[in-house]
Design a protein around this ligand. Structure first.
Ligand code: NDP
Ligand code: PYC
Length: 343
């Protein structure tokens, strides 16, 4: 028998999305921004991306209340070069900036075989896969890079410098959902450290250090003045460095160590940049890219790899589409209260 505190209600995607949109709008975003962020957050919750679903709502709300981000910003899109679109997000969220530039980006990718979208002056507080998966559903290959807030010590270093800096990749796969991966370049995403701290779980060794730079498995010690480590030692550190360059230096956004949010208590959204690269594979070795992706996946399966990246999410999505998105009742009550409250 589930205990009182584990009782769940199942919402449809539309119901959850509408509830989240009410929260965003109630706490200071425009209706357009609310719809985009709500769709993103509901997608993460539906797919079991626990660290970037409704778990993030209090952080969005406190950030909006702090005045750190402009929830009503209207992004400014510039056609910078034949293969290059830039967006000034105007201190707003990155997803509305992507939405504003998407049509031009697609047009350029199809015309040239490749196009870049460089977003700066933006806040990305979400999972990255929702930004790339839709391109693969249109037959394109997409990569994205976002930097965040200084909480990762470069390999062998002494102080936090990099963000948790995720990389996402999506490719069409013949007869199947796209092949997608989306991973932090830190040993663990900051959101998952917060969840471990909340649940009283220890982390595996090698994930972080405490405020004195000593290795620790205690998530609270990492969050309280400590820091994370890159995944895979110097290799993950190099990828994180690359993300800083692509997402910040190339776009004109802040490095993860550049901004100071101490004057905005409650601010949690990193004020940085994001790069997207979109490739039309039909301009390459012919029209069989999706079939080649599928051939590679079959070889990986034959080699014994039990599952591909995104398989877990797609399974979770299918379950949610059948049964609804399960939300613990106490969390649902908190969301409903936020939808009625204002800041
Ligand atoms: P995970 O380590 O959980 O997963 C990384 C990727 O590996 C996923 O694509 C996952 O697929 C896949 N994967 C996991 N286990 C396996 C396996 N056994 N075999 C094959 N593939 C596997 O993600 P992270 O903790 O690194 O990141 C979590 C989220 O945090 C991401 O969505 C990321 O974008 C987000 N994030 C956002 C930041 C921001 O600044 N906005 C900063 C840092 C992180 P699957 O999804 O199917 O499990
Ligand atoms: O989970 O590391 C993280 C993160 C940083 C910004 C948004 N999510």
């Amino acid at each position: 028998m589930p205990s009182e505190q584990d009782k769940q209600t199942h919402l449809s995607f539309a119901e959850l999305s509408a509830l989240l949109a009410r929260i965003f709008e109630r706490h200071g975003t425009s209706a357009e921004v609310a719809a985009i962020l709500a769709n993103n957050c509901a997608s993460a919750q539906r797919d079991g991306s626990d660290s970037h679903g409704i778990f993030r709502i209090p952080g969005y709300v406190s950030t909006l209340a702090s005045g750190w981000v402009d929830g009503k910003a209207v992004p400014q899109v510039t056609d910078a070069a034949p293969g290059f679109v830039t967006v000034d997000a105007k201190n707003g969220f990155a997803q509305p900036a992507l939405a504003a530039a998407r049509a031009l980006l697609l047009e350029k990718a199809r015309a040239n075989g490749i196009a870049l979208l460089a977003i700066h002056n933006s806040h990305h507080f979400a999972a990255l896969w929702p930004d790339v998966e839709p391109f693969a559903r249109e037959g394109l290959v997409a990569l994205s890079f976002v930097n965040s807030m200084a909480c990762v010590v470069p390999h062998g270093g002494k102080r936090a410098l990099f963000g948790t800096n995720p990389i996402a990749f999506a490719a069409p796969r013949e007869g199947h959902d796209p092949l997608v991966f989306d991973l932090a370049t830190s040993a663990i995403a900051n959101g998952d450290v917060q969840i471990a701290a909340r649940e009283g779980r220890q982390l595996p060794p090698g994930y972080g250090v405490d405020r004195d730079g000593q290795p620790t498995c205690d998530p609270k010690a990492i969050l309280d003045g400590g820091a994370l480590l890159p995944f895979g030692g110097y290799k993950g550190s190099a990828l994180s460095m690359m993300v800083e360059l692509l997402a910040a230096a190339l776009t004109g956004g802040n490095f993860s160590f550049d901004f100071d949010w101490s004057g905005h208590p409650g601010a949690q959204t990193p004020w940085t940049g994001q790069l997207l690269i979109v490739i039309d594979p039909s301009k390459g070795a012919g029209h069989n890219f999706a079939a080649r992706t599928e051939a590679l996946v079959r070889q990986m399966q034959d080699a014994g790899q039990p599952r591909q990246p995104a398989d877990r999410r797609y399974r979770q999505r299918a379950l949610a589409e059948r049964e609804g998105i399960a939300i613990i009742d106490t969390e649902l009550a908190r969301l409903r209260a936020l939808a009625e409250a204002s800041t």
